[in-house]
Design a protein around this ligand. Sequence first.
Ligand code: HEM
Length: 180
Amino acid sequence: MKGIIFTEFIDMVEEHFGYEMVDYLIESSELPSGGSYTSVGTYNYSEIMQLVRQLHLKTEIPLDDLLRTFGIHLHKTFTTGYHHFFEAYDSSREFLESIDNHIHVEVRKLYPDAELPRFVTSRPNEDTLEMLYTSERKMGQLALGLIEKSVEFYNEKAEVTMENLSNDGTQVRFVIKYIQ
Ligand code: HEM
């Protein structure tokens, strides 16, 4: 997993819980990398889950909530660092539909070893966007935070629901129902 995900996670923990918490998480986890992340590095995906789990154990905040908050934080990072992707679209529907065949395609060009999810989208009716998420990394809650913030970014309103299609979290359906 790319270093930017790790440096942004550390950033979020520092912002919400303070630097002592960052220290605690790194000390109390068994991290092959030792925990000194750089945005250009690549680290094992299991390290981020270990850090999230340690934060959950320490704060007693549900894992799902922590991942979703991380998605919200990451969205802010993307709107500054990758603003051209947002400017290329006029609505969250078009933006979200473009992740698989544009945005993450460009991300892979930048980072050939990126571990990206798959999204298959459809519009069951004119108010609704459906997104099917598939990933071995089981980060559906991260996607939820990113989706909710994407709707907000384009000044739209929608009810976003998430449904697990598999017991292990590798397949998730999002239904984004736009409110006029
Ligand atoms: C400008 C917009 C975006 C950029 C630049 C971007 C970039 C990235 C990058 C760099 C990674 C990490 C890959 C790795 O570490 O190997 C990633 C992962 C991920 N992205 Fe995006 N992304 C964007 C938008 C979105 C949106 C809107 C969603 C949600 C619908 C999304 C869902 C995910 C998820 C869930 C992962 C975690 C990996 C996984 O689940 O397999 N991304 N993205």
